[in-house]
Design a protein around this ligand. Structure first.
Ligand code: ARG
Length: 462
């Protein structure tokens, strides 16, 4: 039997393999809400402009609402022979209301329909992700406030560099996630135009009102070029690019959680809720959730790459290649959303071992820069020379097998006469972080000021 929706000129139905490669209902059923919302807006507009009778409109809308109910209560039977969500919905509508269903597709095509549905879907996904990002930012801000004065080693090359406050480290992620929010919001602005009414590719001869459908679906305006509207997918590419960058940020923090929760570091302990055991080694607590968040960037960036390659070189306007846009995008957006939830959970639940962090911060001659800065400030020595002198101080401490604060003033004087007892004040990690008050620096007071700033931005200031 040929296809009931488009089979007029066909004498036979498709080969089984054709059906398998062609059908998208296996995944695009997820667009049902957007598809039905778009169809209701379209039917309303067709009646308003006199293209459809009021009676047909009412029957169509009631039927569509029933279809939505059937899908939501899982009594709807999806058919692969009907290819996709659009034809599944319309075919069921015909069963329910008869011939009036056939008038719904006036002045539209599946090409503008799918572009509309997918934009609505991606817009919803952006809204969810932005809300989740803000929740995660807040979890970071809460932690940063609690750990504003907690001292940890700051690293470069994963080697102890200078002491920093843990609160400052956490706020670095609040900044990254804030830019992620900006990227998603930016993508949403460009996405928010309605393709509906572009029809197959050229627009339509019917006197439709595209402003009306755009407004009904919460779009800012209709798209201005019908060819562009049905053949463009940059709205999802841009969203996947934002998702990839965000996933990179999450993977970096995930990696830090993995490192910090190791026995060797012991800076933090992830809660039982976000750890797993080993089936053979009873002592193990594995940070699986963090590892999986670290890994999700693989599929998210994979989706972006995959869709960029699909779109590359496609002539205008619609080609079936573009049906490949959905599965990878659904998977990527789901993965990001799950990662954000997992990260929020892990961060809220972890415990901090301040003593371990402090001990690690004090090791590795981490206040050497403070000595060099003191020489510049108090003895008026050029920084390059101060750096060299401090290098000799470090070598001496290494030779004596002590930390910088284990050196006596006589020890210092053997390196350079100009050093006096005031040097001892700059050797503690507490004084080191406290002194870094430059804007954006790690001092506890700065952390608290930034916490307040972020609470204002995130709308939770008391
Ligand atoms: N399932 C199709 C897709 O996802 C819908 C559009 C089909 N259009 C067409 N002319 N065959 O792209």
């Amino acid at each position: 039997m040929s296809n009931r929706m488009w089979g007029g000129r066909f004498s036979s139905g498709p080969d089984a393999i054709m059906e398998e490669i062609n059908a998208s209902i296996g995944f695009d059923h997820r667009l049902y809400r957007q598809d039905i919302a778009g169809s209701i807006a379209h039917a309303q507009m067709l009646a308003e402009t006199g293209i459809l009778t009021q009676a047909d409109r009412d029957a169509i809308i009631a039927g569509l609402e029933q279809v939505r109910g059937e899908i939501e209560s899982q009594t709807f039977t999806f058919s692969r022979a009907l290819e996709d969500i659009h034809m599944n919905v319309e075919s069921r509508l015909k069963d329910l209301i008869g011939d009036a269903a056939g008038r719904l597709h006036t002045a539209r095509s599946r090409n503008d329909q799918v572009a509309t549905d997918f934009r609505l879907y991606v817009r919803d996904a952006i809204d969810t992700i932005v809300a989740q990002l803000k929740t995660l930012q807040l979890a970071f801000v809460d932690r940063a406030e609690a750990e504003a004065a907690t001292i940890m080693p700051g690293f470069t090359h994963l080697q102890s560099a200078q002491p920093v406050t843990f609160g400052h480290h956490l706020l670095a992620y609040v900044e990254m996630l804030g830019r992620d929010v900006g990227r998603f919001e930016d993508a949403r602005k460009r996405l928010n135009e309605s393709p509906l009414g572009s029809a197959a590719l050229a627009g339509t001869s019917f006197p439709i009102d595209r402003e009306m459908t755009a407004t009904a679906m919460g779009f800012d305006r209709p798209t201005a070029n019908s060819l562009d509207a049905v053949s463009d997918r940059d709205f999802v590419l841009e969203t996947l690019a934002a998702a990839s960058i965000c996933a990179v940020h999450l993977s970096r923090f995930a990696e830090e959680l993995v490192i910090w929760s190791s026995a060797q570091f012991g800076f933090i302990r992830l809660s039982d809720k976000f750890s797993t055991g080993s089936s053979i080694m009873p002592q193990k607590r594995n940070p699986d959730a963090a590892e999986l968040v670290r890994a999700k960037i693989g599929r998210i960036l994979g989706a972006l790459t995959s869709l960029l390659v699909v779109m590359k070189g496609l002539p205008l306007a619609y080609s079936k290649d573009m049906q490949e846009d959905k599965e990878v995008s659904f998977d990527a957006l789901d993965s990001l959303s799950l990662s954000l939830a997992a990260m929020t959970g892990m961060l809220g639940d972890l415990t901090v071992n301040r003593d371990k962090m402090h001990a690690a911060a004090a090791s590795g001659f981490s206040t050497a820069t403070d000595i060099a800065d003191w020489l510049v400030r108090e003895a008026n020595i050029p920084f390059r020379d101060a750096h060299h002198i401090t290098g000799q101080v470090v070598a001496l401490a290494e030779k004596k097998g002590c930390g910088l604060d284990g050196l006596t003033i006589e020890d210092f004087k053997t390196v350079d006469e100009r050093i006096d007892s005031r040097i001892h004040k700059v050797l503690s990690v507490e004084n080191s972080v406290k002194s870094r008050k430059s804007y954006g620096g790690t001092a506890p007071d700065n952390v608290l000021a930034q916490v307040a700033r972020w609470r204002q931005i995130l709308g939770t200031a008391e």
